[in-house]
Write a protein that binds this ligand. Structure first.
Ligand code: AMP
Length: 281
């Protein structure tokens, strides 16, 4: 696996690869890799001749300085994991290489960022979009792979590629879970043993919601979810929403949409976790 740290070296290497007519699959990450990330690399490997992954902890997408400071970093282990997944090039740039402009670029997400994560993390998606667009412009991939775990991010990145005519296909990939259902996340490392057990509540609730969606109203389900979290002091619900999969607008009745997803965010100790489940589409 090649490892590059500068934009110039990356562009040079990739122009040789593209010169040979190879297709490029791209998996952007913030490191602290787990099986979820590697599943994206494997998917990219299946579809493309050459796979690039990036590791860049993007300071512009953090609204909580503590979260940025405590974000797990282990480049040695990450490099080994990417190698094991047969990634062809790891781009591991410094902030100076990526954040060359002041953060003035403002994206219009047409309301997609007003709800769910966007409501609780103002500016988060603008920070994501600045860096992902920059990475796309450097790598110029044919396809880029994103996890359904960060569903709102996936939708927003799809929108910016359309709005900015970026010639890249966005490929959604299924959420990888631990055996007990917890969605894999770099932040899981920060959970204590006790918190790790409590964190399974998010997916347990989502599975229950999926079953209940066959016979309960949305308000009954929302009340039920709130009751469960009110009883569980160790896990603090930040939001639970049932929304249309494409507009992300909360729905009040099942008949309002044919494509519906339930999204959740909760704090376990001082770790914030998100998850979602498609109810029907
Ligand atoms: P991150 O390093 O958290 O920014 O994630 C990088 C990419 O990996 C994003 O596209 C995420 O949606 C994806 N990802 C993170 N966790 C998972 C997971 N458990 N399953 C599938 N994809 C994931």
């Amino acid at each position: 696996m090649l490892i590059t740290e500068t934009v110039k070296e990356t562009v040079d290497r990739l122009s040789t690869v593209k010169g040979k007519g190879a297709t490029i699959g791209f998996v952007p990450t913030m490191g602290a890799l787990h099986e979820g990330h590697l599943s994206l690399v494997r998917e990219a490997k299946n579809d493309n001749d050459f796979v690039v992954s990036s590791i860049f902890v993007n300071p512009r997408q953090f609204n909580d300085l503590n979260d940025l400071i405590n974000y797990p970093r282990d480049i040695k282990k990450d490099t080994e994991m990417l190698q094991s997944a047969e990634c062809d090039l790891l781009f591991h740039p410094s902030e100076e290489e990526i954040l060359t402009q002041p953060a003035t670029e403002l994206f219009n997400f047409n309301g997609l960022d007003d709800v769910l994560e966007g409501k609780f993390r103002p500016g988060h998606f603008n920070g994501v979009a600045i860096v992902v667009k920059r990475l796309f412009e450097i790598i110029k991939p044919d396809k880029a792979y994103f996890g359904l775990k960060d569903y709102q991010q996936l939708l927003i990145i799809h929108k910016i590629t359309k709005d900015h005519n970026l010639p890249v296909d966005i490929i959604p990939c299924p959420t990888q879970r631990e055996e007990d259902g917890l969605a894999m996340s770099s932040r899981n490392q920060r959970l204590s043993k006790q918190e790790r057990k409590q964190a399974t509540l998010l997916y347990e609730v989502l599975k229950m919601v999926k079953i209940q969606s066959g016979f309960s109203t949305i308000s009954e389900i929302k009340e039920h979810v709130e009751r469960i979290f009110n009883k569980t002091k160790e896990v603090r619900l930040e939001y639970f929403e049932i929304v249309d999969m494409y507009s992300l607008e909360p729905i009040k009745a099942w008949a309002q949409s044919k494509n519906v997803i339930a999204c959740i965010a909760a704090w376990v100790g001082n770790v914030r976790l998100i998850d979602n489940i498609i109810l029907f589409s």
